[in-house]
Design a protein around this ligand. Structure first.
Ligand SMILES: *Cc1c(COP(=O)(O)O)cnc(C)c1O
Length: 409
């Protein structure tokens, strides 16, 4: 009786419509989607077996292949965010007692090891220093000691540190020892080349809400023929029925067998983001991320915020910027940016929680106007939070990068 009357009372409360404040999302994800992506998500919902919808699904897979750089038949998007792609890759490829080698120099690499262990695999982690990539030699010696390795996993764009992981040598090692190579491209996809076929990567997954600039809720994934064969050769079925990739493949492609209801509206959004990506041109899009990433890094350095990653390993689309001298209230500055300027950036993870801020320059947001807006806001707020700087130096350094670009063009 009491429970029922409580329920009645709350049901009669009046709630205001959802009206989120306007934000510029310059953290490590999500990024602001292109307005056309938001409009596409509002299009009428279709049934997941409607031929009109299956055509959209097929085009989405085709466009994903282009952005991944692959002709892999098994290329689709699983429901859930980036971690769903991580979970799907690992739970399909790994069986209990498989040997799984992970290179981890950041938060996300460590998560691959954790999920691998939950799949029952025997996990060995080669841990690297945060701010550095994993050395292929360290993986090679670990693999030599282990003997038979089922899979190696590595993060291409480590969002906790801003480090770009070179893949070629690790791919060569995986091929040499007959191991599958699983690559986390959650932050990378749409902002830099992935080269799945050229490098011979076996399982690569991503998300939709970072450099692709679509809505959160899907995880694009692609599997090589070798990876598909490994799943087909499993001794036991994939533990997750929902994320069983071979079953999902039978829905995305003929015979289009029902598996679960497709996230129709999110697929519209993804289709639109991919279409815009290809219309821009992949090389132009990667160059746009690189230019704006360089401008942000130059501007930040000029006002005392140096990246955690060395310049030779710095990613274009995310930078972990060291909190400058004199600033102790790292959360307070982030809150002021959000409340006064409407700009979201990220905090640090793990040991770097109070040592870095993470800035993302992703997808639709990778534009000069946004970089200058963020740098101006930093220049206004940093002195208030205890860091002395030369006013205007950050914006000027960024402008220099843009000027050099147009002079060269
Ligand atoms: C963001 C991110 C993830 C997790 O993605 P979600 O969409 O938050 O689930 C995994 N790996 C990397 C490298 C990421 O940057």
């Amino acid at each position: 009786m009491t429970a029922a009357s409580t329920a009645t009372a709350s049901a009669s409360a009046v709630y205001a419509p959802v009206e989120p404040p306007e934000r510029l999302l310059m953290g490590p994800g999500p990024s602001n989607p292109h307005p056309a992506v938001l409009r596409a998500a509002a299009a009428p919902v279709l049934g997941h077996l409607d031929p009109a919808y299956l055509a959209i699904l097929g085009e989405t897979a085709d466009m994903l292949r282009q952005v991944f750089g692959t002709s892999n038949a098994l290329t689709l998007a699983v429901p859930g965010t980036g971690f769903s792609g991580m979970e799907a890759s690992l739970c399909n490829l790994l069986e209990p007692d498989d040997t799984f080698l992970v290179g981890a120099a950041g938060f996300f690499g460590a998560k691959m090891a954790e999920i691998g262990a939950r799949c029952g695999a025997n996990v060995t982690t080669v841990a690297g220093e945060w701010g550095q990539p994993i050395s292929a030699d360290a993986l090679r010696s670990a693999a030599r000691e282990l003997g038979q390795v089922k899979a190696i996993a590595i993060v291409l764009a480590e969002t906790s540190t801003g480090v770009r992981q070179p893949l070629a040598e690790i791919a060569a090692l995986a091929h040499e020892i007959g191991a599958l190579l699983v690559v986390d491209a959650v932050t990378a996809l749409g902002g830099m080349p992935i080269l799945v076929d050229e490098l011979g990567l076996d399982a690569v997954y991503s998300c939709t809400q970072k450099c692709l600039g679509a809505l959160p809720g899907l995880a694009p994934i692609t599997l090589s023929a070798r990876a598909v064969q490994a799943i087909e050769a499993r001794k036991q079925p994939v533990q997750s029925w929902y994320l069983d990739l071979l079953a999902l493949q039978r829905y995305w492609n003929p015979p289009h067998a029902y598996h679960h209801t497709s996230n129709v509206s999110l697929v519209y959004a993804l289709h639109t983001a991919l279409r815009l990506t290809l219309a821009e041109g992949l090389d132009a899009r990667y160059a746009r991320h690189a230019l704006n990433g360089t401008a942000l890094q130059a501007g930040a350095a000029a006002i005392g915020m140096l990246p955690l990653a060395g310049p030779e390993h710095q990613l274009p689309m995310v930078a972990a910027l060291r909190v400058p001298d004199g600033v102790s209230d790292v959360v307070g500055l982030r809150r002021a940016l959000l409340e006064e300027d409407g700009i979201e950036i990220g905090g640090g993870l793990g040991d770097y929680a109070s040592k870095v801020w993470r800035v993302g320059i992703m997808g639709y947001n990778a534009e000069r106007r946004n970089i200058l807006r963020l740098l101006s806001a930093f220049e206004r707020l940093l002195p208030r939070f205890g860091h002395t700087l030369t006013a205007g130096a950050g914006v000027a350094a960024a402008e220099n990068v843009y000027a050099g670009q147009s002079a060269g063009a």
